[in-house]
Design a protein around this ligand. Sequence first.
Ligand code: AP5
Length: 214
Amino acid sequence: MKIVMLGAPGAGKGTQAKMIAAEFGIPHISTGDIFRANIKEGTELGKKASEYMERGLLVPDELTLQLIMDRFTKDDCANGYVLDGFPRTIAQAEALTESLKKAGEALDYAIDVDVPDSAIVKRMGGRRACLSCGGTYHVTFNPPKKEGICDLCGGKLSIRKDDEPETVQKRLDVYHAQTQPLIDYYSEQGILRTVDGTQEVGEVFQSIQEILNA
Ligand code: AP5
């Protein structure tokens, strides 16, 4: 099963993608997590990416495509994958479609987690992230068992630099200008499914399961 998660920053793509990956036994591939791991390790790619990420801008397509395109050929992708944060521009989506086509494959679903901007701004202030394993929490809506500590790996939770309110607004603007057009792109391919992302985490997941198990 090959799935793309769509939705604004903070819509809950990552939260749902991890649940889908666990349920269906496929890898969760997040370009944001890969960039953050590179930043943490101080790689050249990480240095370049952080210049854009900290300002709420997209990392240029060329860099992103270099990073991601060979990821799909790894052994763990044999039964599919769930993509979170990629593609994010029409150029990235076309590159993905082309690469799949060459291999005689295609995506199964593009799932749009739909949340209005007003709810997003509220959510981002409460997000806490584990920089060690990428685990994501919310102080109110999805708290860890022990405050400030990741349930999954015991790592310390912190506030992402790009979750400051001004940067969140910039990311939303960038989303509407550059990423939202993907909704039409995948609708035209007949694989778009939309879920109401304002429901509780478990309810959103149930809506997604109904789509994937249909
Ligand atoms: P990335 O890491 O992909 O960030 P994003 O798309 O902005 O998405 P987020 O991780 O912020 O949110 P999410 O939708 O995953 O929500 P989450 O589940 O965490 O990208 C970061 C940056 O990297 C980009 O800005 C860009 O610079 C760069 N980048 C990455 N990919 C790129 C690409 N392909 N091309 C170019 N640049 C790229 O949930 C958010 C919060 O809400 C959490 O606290 C969570 O616990 C809570 N929550 C989740 N669901 C619910 C719910 N149903 N109810 C209440 N709270 C909820």
